[in-house]
Write a protein that binds this ligand. Structure first.
Ligand code: ATP
Length: 374
């Protein structure tokens, strides 16, 4: 069994000469299932690499436990944990050939020569490196080097693969190709993989489940579509999706014609959304929360009215043609709302533009706690 269980896992970096002690991971609980592809995602500094390095045994644990299978590994050396890690900078030995790089850990472990040869050949075959086994890393492209780094992990037949931003040094096209390759590898090997990235697209396309982190804490753990459709809080809502969800601070007012959402604004003009078309159950949940953050995905907005939509007024700030669609930036009283609209329509900056929001697709968050209201 290669389930990985983190319990109350904490890391405090001790104070150094000029910097005070800093808690980078704040008592997180997370279970990564046997065979699962789990992505840890979050902005720079959220503690995802520290978490991965603690699992690898490269960083001491301040408090809590890490179990691999049923065994607590807190005090085990990295080499005894049954893990293999792929780093962002590949960490290949420049003076060794591809084959020697891949064989290195097995040699150290005194694996018989014939078995080393067979495992290296199989990994090279899987990764399309067979014709490059005699080359040195300097004679490889970035993507090929990354594949060697993955190959070096595969030959060890670990219980758990750890990836720390492995694609961030590759160009955009190679990143997409390697993304597919790593996903395919997971399908083939079915080994537990824990993958750290700051890129939400990588997280969404690769993860069986995604753990969104912020400030050393876990914001939500869920499969990609659940994260997208039911974000637990405003942070996850804004992090997953591109362009991001529009998050509009305001309050609820009930008056003739039904409840209204009114955006916070200092000036005389303000944007309102009539909410009487939202499902009754949703309204009942919203009612006790006077101050809310309304969440509207750019894809839940059109420029033409439909049934079940509410109209909002604004002025076009910017129209970004993306090819397949256009991103329309529309200024309301206090916010700029981004809508994903048809590519063939023409829009001029400075002209007024009504938008129509699909009421069934609204999200709402408590303004004080930022937690979703359901
Ligand atoms: P990135 O994507 O930038 O690597 P991350 O989410 O992986 O970010 P970590 O590398 O885990 O973040 O770092 C988390 C926090 O801990 C950061 O604020 C970082 O400055 C701090 N930190 C990391 N290593 C040390 C260290 N050795 N001593 C002190 N603080 C550290």
């Amino acid at each position: 069994m290669a389930r990985v269980t983190l319990s109350r896992l904490t890391k405090t970096y001790p104070a150094a000469r000029k910097s005070p002690a800093f808690t980078a991971v704040k008592g997180i609980d997370l279970e990564i299932r046997d065979g699962e592809f789990m992505v840890l995602v979050g902005p720079s500094g959220c503690g995802k690499s520290t978490t991965l390095r603690m699992i690898a045994g490269l960083e001491d644990i301040t408090a809590g436990t890490i179990a691999i299978g049923d065994e607590i590994v807190n005090d085990q050396l990295p080499k005894d944990r049954g893990i293999a890690m792929v780093f962002q900078n590949y960490a290949l030995y420049p003076h060794m050939t591809v084959a020697e790089n891949m064989a290195f850990a097995l040699k150290l472990a005194k694996t018989p020569r014939s078995e080393i040869d067979q495992r290296v050949a199989a990994a090279a075959e899987t990764l399309g490196l067979t014709s490059m086994l005699d080359r040195k890393p300097a004679a490889l492209s970035g993507g090929q080097r990354q594949r060697v780094a993955v190959g070096r992990a595969i030959v060890r037949q670990p219980q758990v693969f750890l990836f720390d931003e492995p694609l961030s040094n590759l160009d955009a096209k190679m990143r997409v190709a390697m993304r597919t390759e790593i996903s395919r590898l997971h399908d083939q090997l079915r080994t537990t993989m824990i993958y750290v990235t700051h890129d939400q697209v990588e997280a969404m396309t690769m993860g069986d489940r995604i753990c969104v982190m912020r400030g050393g804490e876990i914001m939500q753990v869920a499969d990609p579509l659940t994260l997208y459709r039911q974000p637990a809080n405003a942070y996850v809502a804004g992090f997953i999706g591109s362009p991001p969800m529009n998050l509009i601070h305001g309050r609820l007012e009930s008056r003739a014609g039904g409840p209204f959402f009114v955006e916070n604004s200092d000036g005389s003009s303000r944007m309102e959304i009539g909410l009487s078309g939202t499902p009754a159950a949703d309204l009942a949940a919203l009612a006790p929360h006077a101050d809310v953050i309304l969440g509207i995905r750019p894809e839940a907005i059109t420029t033409e009215p439909h049934s079940g939509t509410a109209r909002i007024e604004g002025t076009i700030e910017l129209s970004e043609p993306m090819g397949a669609e256009t991103h329309l930036h529309v200024r309301t009283a206090a916010h700029t709302v981004i809508a994903r609209v048809h590519a063939d329509a023409r829009f001029n900056a400075g002209t007024s533009q009504p938008l129509f929001v699909d009421l069934a697709k609204l999200h709402a968050f408590d303004a004080a706690t930022e937690q979703a209201i359901r």
